[in-house]
Design a protein around this ligand. Structure first.
Ligand code: SAH
Ligand code: SF4
Ligand code: F3S
Length: 477
């Protein structure tokens, strides 16, 4: 997400915006032993994938590798891939052409494909892409040092075994490219929902929850190192469920949230993603009780029409979604809600598309990630339904959705003018070194002039005097 662009820009380019971050840590490189081998890692897709790259980095560090930002000096080139839409996979293929050129200059260098596309294509990847030496799925990263050793001996290696247990709970991720203030913590892996359009259950396997004590320990450690915000990550955080093997006691999401919130009042807690069918009032009441649990819920609706929601196998209908929004308004009156939306799903009619527009307006989403439906091989929708909305119609509907959401976001932000928010400073604003940027509890990016003595990680109160559809502008009070 690039909050300082206009919503329209950031939404149109969301695929680009989420892609291609090269993960790197300056200090660690300096500390690397001379002569140690170097790896380069590029990540695409969702936050879970970025979070996984930090786990991969920790595993590689243990194996004696140091990171580099420079492709030309790397001994190991890794790309952590996404399969969610066709375009995401095309981007990966394009990057592989670039790596091919690099490999010609550095014949000994290995190229590894990690993540969801590796899992989806498995061995086939080696047939389709001759330059690839390693194909490693999301649950097999512990095996990387072994796979690399074999690859160094000239074998092309694949490990795409999915696990029912792996959560990498004991691995302390290396925070790469971090602002030192905000961090992501994976609390679960996989997904057991079978949304008919979605490839994630196939690429990430069964849902499993991570030991809550390891989550709390990771958050405590981050706080001690100066971090002031953690985002708990899962495809469906509301189905977090961990059973203590000794006592049999069960920890659910509301309880986990509370455990993390109690670490320190100055540690903000966020989470993503909530699923409308599972989001409980208990979670909302827990959010209300702790000021440091941010009043922001990402609650993807996907479509505003009940027939389409049924075809999507989302297991809720429009009235159910509306009831969840009402519960949020009732229990957390100042919370912001955002969404994911798919345009042009199989058999969607014009009227059904209108229902999606009307729910954007009705729910008053502060922002949304919006996509044209992209059929994914092997999914329920690909097997059962015709992808029969013409590309041009999908695009037009998507543009209508984007236009409306931009207007709704603009209105949402105008409504904040005159208000005072507590903001956690994240760093310099993109546009000017004279300004800081940071978020309020509702996850809105706020830009304001710096004041002496303040630094990233500090909290300030900011009065809002202006707004675009993507950013609030203010002054410290
Ligand atoms: N677990 C999250 C979503 C993860 S994928 C949830 O259930 O909400 C992120 C978003 O990508 C989805 O919410 C959906 O809007 C979009 N998406 C997933 N599969 C897609 C497909 N085949 N075509 C277009 N968009 C898709
Ligand atoms: Fe995909 Fe649905 Fe799982 Fe989200 S909840 S990851 S959309 S299957
Ligand atoms: Fe993409 Fe895999 Fe995430 S398909 S969206 S990287 S879980």
């Amino acid at each position: 997400m690039h909050p300082e662009r206009t919503v329209e820009q950031s939404l149109k380019t969301i695929d680009e915006a989420r892609q291609g971050s090269v993960l790197y840590e300056e200090r660690w490189t300096e500390a690397a032993a001379p002569g140690s081998k170097r790896f380069y890692i590029e990540s695409y897709g969702c936050q879970m994938n970025f979070s996984d790259s930090e786990i991969v980095a920790a595993i590689l560090r243990e194996a004696g590798y140091a990171p580099t930002r420079n492709l030309e000096e790397s001994d190991l080139i890794l790309i952590n891939t996404c399969s969610i839409r066709e375009k995401a996979e095309e981007t990966v293929r394009k990057r592989l052409r670039v790596f091919e050129a690099v490999k010609k200059q550095r014949p000994g260098a290995l190229v590894g494909v990690l993540g969801c596309m590796a899992e989806r294509l498995k061995k086939r990847f080696l047939e389709e892409e001759k330059l690839v030496d390693l194909v490693v799925g999301p649950d097999a990263y512990r095996d990387l040092p072994n796979l690399i050793s074999s690859a160094e001996e000239g074998q092309r290696m694949v490990n795409v075994l999915l696990s029912r247990e792996e959560t990498y709970a004991d691995i302390s991720p290396v925070r790469l490219d971090s602002n030192g203030v905000t961090a992501f913590i994976s609390i679960m892996r996989g997904c057991d929902n079978m949304c008919s359009f979605c490839v994630v259950p196939f690429t990430r396997g069964r849902e499993r929850s991570r030991d809550p004590f390891s989550i709390v320990a990771e958050a405590q450690d981050l706080f001690a190192r100066g971090y002031r915000e953690v985002t708990l990550l899962g495809q469906n955080v509301d189905s977090y469920r961990w059973e203590n093997p000794e006592t049999g006691a069960t920890v659910r999401f509301a309880h986990l949230l509370e455990m993390v919130a109690q670490i320190h009042p100055r540690l903000r807690v966020r989470f993503s993603t909530s699923h409308p069918k599972d989001m409980t009032d208990e979670v909302l009441y827990t959010m209300a009780r702790y000021e440091n649990i941010c009043k922001y819920i990402h609650l993807p609706v996907q479509s505003g029409n009940s027939r389409i929601l049924a075809l999507m196998n989302r297991t809720y209908d429009r009235p159910w979604y509306e009831e969840r929004i009402r519960a949020i308004r009732r229990i957390l009156p100042d919370a912001a809600v955002s969404s994911d939306i798919i345009a042009g799903f199989c058999t969607e009619t014009e009227e059904e598309h209108q229902d999606t527009l009307s729910i954007i307006e009705w729910a008053n989403f502060s922002m949304s990630y919006m996509f044209a439906y992209s059929e994914r091989p092997g999914t329920l929708a690909a097997r059962k339904y015709a992808d029969d909305v013409p590309e041009a119609v999908k695009k037009r509907r998507l543009n209508e959705i984007i236009r409306l959401q931009t207007a709704v976001s603009w209105r949402h932000n105008q409504n904040d003018i005159g208000k005072i928010f507590e903001v956690l400073i994240e760093g310099d604003s993109r546009r000017s070194e004279r300004d800081f940027c940071g978020r309020n509890s509702q996850n809105k990016m706020i830009v304001f002039p710096k004041k002496k003595g303040l630094k990233p990680g500090d909290y300030v109160h900011v009065r809002i005097h202006g707004a675009t559809s993507a950013t609030l502008l203010g002054e410290i009070v």
